[in-house]
Design a protein around this ligand. Structure first.
Ligand code: TXA
Ligand code: MG
Length: 324
């Protein structure tokens, strides 16, 4: 059992994290979306250590984080459309799934054998400093045990992965609060694999074409399995009122026990979402009820995460079926 330390993400902290990552040891680090468990994407052993710490099924591929478009072009094939999206939204919370480049030097474990690779250039200065310092692209899934809620604070990551990782770099609460938007760019078109704070409307404006939002029932991103982001407690959605045994999460006019945003602001709600689910999960209430959130813009991504939190759990060992 490793003892998990939280240290400040200052210059010394980043240097210590970079040294661990160079030795193949994954470190939890802040990004603008959620905390990630970062490892050297070019080292199979480092990537295996990420999977091991998370207890994640190895068929679920990881996002590779790069400093900029130039670094990404060493990993994936960029069409003119993909380049336009990178120029518009990077650095930032957009992940693109692209064909793997011929010279891609990432460990095959990262892509779990797929012929595509998920890449994103994060905006958070700590994650950017780490990529630059290590000098390699960093594979980083969300820094939580497989199947549980994503971490938006250093303490969430430390609690979820306690004894499984050595270090958490504390950069405070993350700004966006939900994971990046994932879009597959293929055959001149765009398919949304995971909604996020870069909305369909924003993508369509830059791309000048419609985004396929799919809902054909097929699982595109393996991580998009239904029971995901799961609190331990039962979750009920669209709840205007709650029972005495429920922790009521409010929004807008529905006050609840604690509110995602009492002024009904979706960006504020996204930032607080996982925090609030953690709080509700740790409370004395037996179950969780969540006020209705409008299903538009950023509200789509919030409802997507909530629906996964509320989905019926797999019957047996969750870690086998619910990547995180
Ligand atoms: O905001 C984020 O994206 C955070 C921060 C740390 O960057 N990362 C994150 O990673 O959410 P993770 O591993 O929890 O989610 C990555 C998702 C999974 O659903 C995975 O299946 C999907 O990306 N994915 C990765 N590579 C893929 C590929 N080649 N094709 C389709 N889906 C892919
Ligand atoms: Mg995750």
């Amino acid at each position: 059992m490793i003892s998990t330390r939280i240290i400040s993400a200052d210059e010394a902290g980043i240097a210590e994290a970079a040294a661990l990552i160079r030795r193949g040891v994954p470190v939890a680090v802040p990004t603008e979306t959620v905390y990630g468990l970062a490892g050297d994407a070019t080292s199979g052993e480092a990537v295996a250590a990420i999977y091991a710490a998370k207890g994640r099924p190895s068929f679920n591929p990881l996002i590779v984080h790069v400093a900029d478009l130039a670094m990404a072009e060493g990993l994936a094939l960029f069409s003119p459309l993909a380049r336009r999206l990178a120029e518009a939204f990077w650095p930032g919370p957009l992940t693109m799934v692209l064909p793997t480049g011929a010279s891609a030097r990432v460990a095959s474990l990262v892509t779990a054998g797929l012929e595509t690779i998920a890449v994103r250039a994060p905006a958070h200065p700590v994650m950017r400093a780490l990529i630059t310092s290590v000098g390699h692209p960093l594979a980083a899934p969300s820094a939580n045990a497989s199947g549980s809620i994503s971490a938006t604070r250093a303490e969430h990551a430390a609690r979820s992965l306690d004894g499984k990782i050595e270090l958490v770099l504390d950069g405070g609460a993350t700004e966006v609060g939900i994971e990046s938007t994932i879009v597959a760019v293929a055959d001149g078109g765009l398919r949304l694999l995971r909604p996020g704070s870069v909305t369909v409307e924003m993508l369509e404006l830059v791309a000048g074409m419609a985004v396929d939002t799919g809902d054909n029932g097929e699982i595109e991103a393996p991580g998009q399995m239904l029971s995901h982001y799961a609190p331990a407690k039962r979750v009920r959605l669209d709840a205007d009122t709650a029972g005495a045994d429920e922790f009521h999460i409010g929004f807008g006019p529905v006050a609840g026990r604690s509110s995602l945003s009492d002024r009904g602001n979706l960006a504020e709600a996204a930032t607080r979402l996982f925090d609030m689910l953690h709080e509700a999960d740790r409370s004395d209430a037996a179950a969780i009820a969540v006020a209705p959130i409008p299903r538009a813009g950023l509200g789509l991504a919030i409802n997507d995460r909530l629906e996964r939190a509320a989905a019926p759990r797999p019957p047996s060992d969750e870690s086998e079926t619910s990547p995180g």
